[in-house]
Design a protein around this ligand. Structure first.
Ligand code: HEM
Length: 230
């Protein structure tokens, strides 16, 4: 009872959002670094890496995947609870979003956080259907073993201009989401202070830009190296 009270308290919700947000940020950094193998013209290193992650780690990968799903679900559920709470707390709908200059961090990114979050979750479902569980999955033989040919799946996907445009659009929104989320996570965890805040705020922007530009780079790279179809 006490635990459920503290999980639903305003502070509890913020702390959970902060911790899960930072954990998801850590995941996308690792994902971006892993995807660098896609830039190699030889498909084996990327396929080997993906195979190692999913097949060679034994039960560790199941624990990691269940944890990742749980973290996404906690983050998303608390975001919905907090947003509904905020809406209900308002006596009337605000007509205009204003920025209280230095005392406030209200930006387009902060006021659209729930919408960019919903778009990212929707993107993720499509992303997994395409790259992890979908019919698009192909197979290749490496060292006498049949493994998933994810490299070719990714290259086929991004040889289509509409898929490239869709990814670029979502990655820009991901950048917006991270630019506010990163700073906000530190604030929720109380890891800021007068001198530290501008630094964390700046770091959040740099992180968001590096992640968005990094992920945008792959579809564009693949499209041009495959001479994709317009
Ligand atoms: C151009 C950008 C991206 C490419 C090329 C890409 C590629 C892939 C591939 C090939 C997989 C399947 C891995 C496997 O089954 O072993 C995958 C899984 C995944 N991707 Fe991405 N991805 C991109 C962007 C993103 C972004 C921006 C996110 C998060 C916001 C994301 C989240 C995930 C998740 C959660 C999984 C499942 C991981 C797992 O089950 O281990 N991806 N991605």
């Amino acid at each position: 009872m006490r635990l459920s009270m503290s999980l639903l308290s305003s502070l509890g919700k913020k702390i959970f959002m902060g911790i899960t947000g930072l954990a998801l940020s850590g995941f996308i950094v690792v994902h971006l670094i892993g995807n660098l193998a896609l830039l190699n013209p030889d498909k084996d290193p990327f396929n080997k890496y993906a195979h190692f992650l999913t097949q060679s780690l034994g039960n560790v990968i199941y624990v990691a995947e269940i944890s990742l799903v749980a973290i996404f679900l906690i983050h998303f559920s608390y975001a919905i609870i907090i947003t509904i709470g905020n809406w209900m707390a308002r006596p009337t709908g605000y007509k205009k979003v204003t920025n209280a200059k230095h005392t406030s961090r209200k930006t387009i990114a902060s006021t659209t956080q729930i919408y960019t979050g919903i778009i990212i979750i929707t993107f993720l479902i499509l992303h997994l259907l395409h790259f992890k569980y979908g019919e698009s999955i192909m197979y290749t033989t490496m060292d006498g073993q049949e493994i998933r040919d994810l490299y070719v799946v990714v290259y086929n996907f991004f040889s289509n201009i509409w898929n490239v445009i869709f990814y670029i659009a979502v990655m820009i929104l991901l950048g917006f989401h991270l630019s506010h989320g990163f700073w906000s996570a530190f604030q929720s965890l109380g890891l800021n202070g007068l001198r530290f805040t501008p630094f964390v705020y700046g770091l959040g922007y740099v992180f968001a830009v590096v992640m968005a530009v990094g992920f945008i780079f792959f579809p564009i790279w693949v499209f041009f190296t495959t001479g994709g179809t317009l």
